[in-house]
Design a protein around this ligand. Sequence first.
Ligand code: SAH
Length: 261
Amino acid sequence: MNGKVWLVGAGPGDPTLLTVKALHLIRSADVLVFDRLVSAEILREAPSGCEKINVGKLPNFHPIPQHEINQTLVHYAQQGKRVIRLKGGDPYVFGRGGEEAEALVENGVEFEVVPGISSAIGGLAYAGIPVTHRDCASAFHVVTGHLKQGKEPQDWSLYAKLDGTLVILMGMSQLDSICEQLIAGGKSANTPAAVVHCASRDNQQVVCANLSELPSKVAQAKVGAPALIVIGDVAAKHSLLSFNASLRHIEELYNLERLFA
Ligand code: SAH
């Protein structure tokens, strides 16, 4: 009997942002193949007999090549297992979910996608930053700072000319150069901007500054990856719209269930 693979989004970090469907699937998984950014608390929801495979990093910190991850998914599915491929945020937002789905199709493996809350939108919300706003952002652009090896680097001068909110993922190692190129391309040096580190997690940190000062403020605060870079007027809403999230642990949801039982 053939198994099946579910490509599942784990959300940005706060474990209670998992979808109901994702939690159900994790609790009935035979094999859980997960990434670096998935919270430990979510992984603990897998049943005791479930095989957990970390493909985010090896002990020597080299990531597992994508084709090996694809093979792992195909291998376990062909053994008849229920395989949950758990990824941070949404599986199709810069998570190589599309490549994995293609490998499953090529190998005739049944699969399903369970979308998750992307850090690009939900992560910003937890930092008090609405990705759109009728007064100041009628569009948003989600861009990766890190392209596949061998591809031409991003032309930031093109993004400098776009209105709306610019959200950059995987851009922290190039923060200085991205800000410089955006300004050189015509974006005002005074544009509000922010870096959101570990959005929605207990250790979330937000650094706000205008575009020209963002790199030095971030260096001062010693904030690194994983982080979202957000550029646009909505970044200035952080001080007004920040909030303390209630119910941040799955454990608290169990208590709620008991409360309303
Ligand atoms: N599929 C994911 C993105 C994967 S790419 C999603 O939809 O969110 C990995 C990058 O996402 C990180 O380098 C970082 O830029 C961003 N990211 C993911 N989770 C984050 C979080 N909790 N806080 C800040 N950035 C995050």
